[in-house]
Ligand binder design. Structure first.
Ligand code: AMP
Ligand code: MN
Ligand code: MN
Ligand code: MN
Length: 281
């Protein structure tokens, strides 16, 4: 059997089905070109791209892992929970995701109003031009429009200036409950993974409580090597994975060419101190 640490697995990325800029089969081609051999498309709150992703991956000779990234509100902040090896036809999962997407359209109109109040008119209509799936309008679509309008140089700048919590275009939203998201993933036969934990602004106590609750709910893994972590955070979350008995995942969180994050398949391997989530697949 091949050394699992040497397998180029990329288990987190997005297509036009959520807030990515490429169609699922184009993301597959790019993953393949980047040397990925085990691949998952994990669109936000939606499994509509899974059939195309699987067909494209298999025609390129990659191992396909059905996936999703669920938006959750925990202790007043947004946490993302990736589900891997899910059955995308599971009714409990499909209904839960539909419920989670509910309210995005309303929130987007409120974001448009909030931006208009600071002198930026037409943002909702502008963001809609970037949306592939109207149910899945997200802050990223607003960010792309604001960059195109010349309001900011990069998407990252838009988030710092307008769209992060506390900034003028931010509109709070209540996403799924952690227990529900983990429950839907498990009902669909999948494994739940805490996405990019280094991004959450929790206190140490909250951080530990999140991991305690997640493991008690039957969550199984944590992203250790992700495009959202620094190398120091790879080590920090390798330690956290071991402490909580969680498997480790790896994923670029690629959204599109030239969007500043890491390329598909280009991250370093997992540290040898953790167990890859794909070890027994
Ligand atoms: P939403 O689900 O509408 O709240 O949008 C969340 C998405 O915004 C994430 O999945 C990221 O793609 C993007 N995002 C959040 N924060 C940042 C940031 N600081 N820089 C770039 N993209 C971000
Ligand atoms: Mn995103
Ligand atoms: Mn995320
Ligand atoms: Mn993501």
């Amino acid at each position: 059997m091949k050394d699992p640490y040497a397998i180029n697995a990329d288990l987190h990325c997005h297509s036009t089905v959520s807030d990515g800029t490429l169609l699922p089969h184009d993301v597959a081609a790019r993953a393949h070109a980047g040397g990925v051999t085990v691949w998952s498309l994990t669109d936000h709150d939606e499994v509509g791209g899974q059939a195309q992703a699987r067909a494209a991956a298999e025609s390129l000779g990659m191992r396909y892992v059905p996936g999703v990234e669920i938006s959750v509100t925990w202790a007043g902040q947004t946490v993302h929970i990736v589900g891997l090896q899910i059955d995308p036809f599971c009714p409990e999962l499909i209904d839960g995701l539909a419920e989670t997407r509910n309210g995005r359209a309303r929130r987007a109109r409120d974001m448009g109003d909030a931006l208009a109040a600071v002198g930026i008119a037409g943002a909702y209509e502008g963001a809609l031009r970037y949306v592939g799936n109207p149910d899945m309008i997200s802050r990223t679509h607003f960010a792309r429009w604001l960059v195109e309008e010349g309001r900011c140089a990069t998407i990252g700048d838009v988030f710092s200036k307008y769209l992060s919590e506390g900034r003028p275009g931010y509109v709070g939203h209540r996403w799924a409950k952690l227990a529900d998201a983990v429950g839907w993933i498990r009902a669909a036969g999948g494994i739940a993974v805490i996405a990019h934990p280094g991004r959450y602004a929790y206190t140490d106590t909250q951080h530990d409580a999140l991991f305690d609750e997640f493991t008690q709910l039957g969550g199984g893994a944590v992203e250790v090597v992700t495009g959202s972590h620094t190398p120091d955070q790879y080590h920090r979350y390798a330690t956290v994975a071991r402490h909580y008995g969680l498997l480790a995942s790896r994923g670029s969180d690629f959204h599109g060419p030239g969007e500043g994050r890491v390329e598909l398949g280009a991250l370093p391997p997992l540290p040898s101190t953790v167990t890859p989530v794909w070890r027994d697949w």
